[in-house]
Design a binder for this molecule. Sequence first.
Ligand SMILES: [Zn+2]
Length: 55
Amino acid sequence: MAKKGDARVLIEMTCGDCKTHRYHSTKNKRNDTARLELTKFCPRCRQRRVYRETR
Ligand SMILES: [Zn+2]
Protein backbone atom coordinates (compact mmCIF):
# COMPACT_ATOMS: atom_id res chain seq x y z
CA MET A 1 0.00 0.00 0.00
CA ALA A 2 1.25 3.44 -0.87
CA LYS A 3 1.80 5.85 1.91
CA LYS A 4 0.30 9.26 1.70
CA GLY A 5 2.70 11.96 0.64
CA ASP A 6 4.99 9.34 -0.83
CA ALA A 7 7.05 10.54 -3.76
CA ARG A 8 7.36 7.05 -5.17
CA VAL A 9 5.30 6.16 -8.20
CA LEU A 10 4.62 2.82 -9.83
CA ILE A 11 6.30 2.38 -13.18
CA GLU A 12 6.67 -0.31 -15.79
CA MET A 13 10.04 -1.29 -17.19
CA THR A 14 9.77 -2.85 -20.64
CA CYS A 15 12.49 -4.84 -22.38
CA GLY A 16 13.87 -2.65 -25.15
CA ASP A 17 14.52 -5.67 -27.33
CA CYS A 18 11.45 -7.93 -27.35
CA LYS A 19 9.19 -5.23 -25.88
CA THR A 20 6.97 -7.90 -24.41
CA HIS A 21 8.54 -8.66 -21.07
CA ARG A 22 7.96 -6.17 -18.30
CA TYR A 23 9.06 -5.59 -14.77
CA HIS A 24 7.02 -3.58 -12.35
CA SER A 25 8.97 -1.19 -10.27
CA THR A 26 8.75 2.04 -8.39
CA LYS A 27 10.77 5.18 -8.64
CA ASN A 28 11.15 8.33 -6.71
CA LYS A 29 9.82 11.07 -8.93
CA ARG A 30 11.79 13.65 -7.01
CA ASN A 31 15.10 11.93 -7.70
CA ASP A 32 14.30 10.48 -11.11
CA THR A 33 12.48 12.97 -13.24
CA ALA A 34 13.73 11.55 -16.53
CA ARG A 35 12.94 8.14 -17.96
CA LEU A 36 14.70 5.30 -16.26
CA GLU A 37 16.85 2.78 -18.03
CA LEU A 38 17.95 -0.39 -16.31
CA THR A 39 19.81 -3.46 -17.43
CA LYS A 40 17.95 -6.54 -16.28
CA PHE A 41 17.75 -10.15 -17.23
CA CYS A 42 14.95 -10.83 -19.71
CA PRO A 43 13.57 -14.39 -19.56
CA ARG A 44 12.27 -14.08 -23.11
CA CYS A 45 15.52 -12.95 -24.67
CA ARG A 46 17.44 -15.11 -22.17
CA GLN A 47 19.94 -12.32 -21.97
CA ARG A 48 20.42 -9.09 -20.13
CA ARG A 49 18.62 -6.29 -21.86
CA VAL A 50 18.08 -2.61 -21.36
CA TYR A 51 14.69 -1.98 -19.84
CA ARG A 52 13.07 1.37 -20.40
CA GLU A 53 10.41 2.99 -18.35
CA THR A 54 7.00 2.91 -20.00
CA ARG A 55 3.69 4.23 -18.87
ZN1 LIG B 1 13.35 -9.19 -23.95
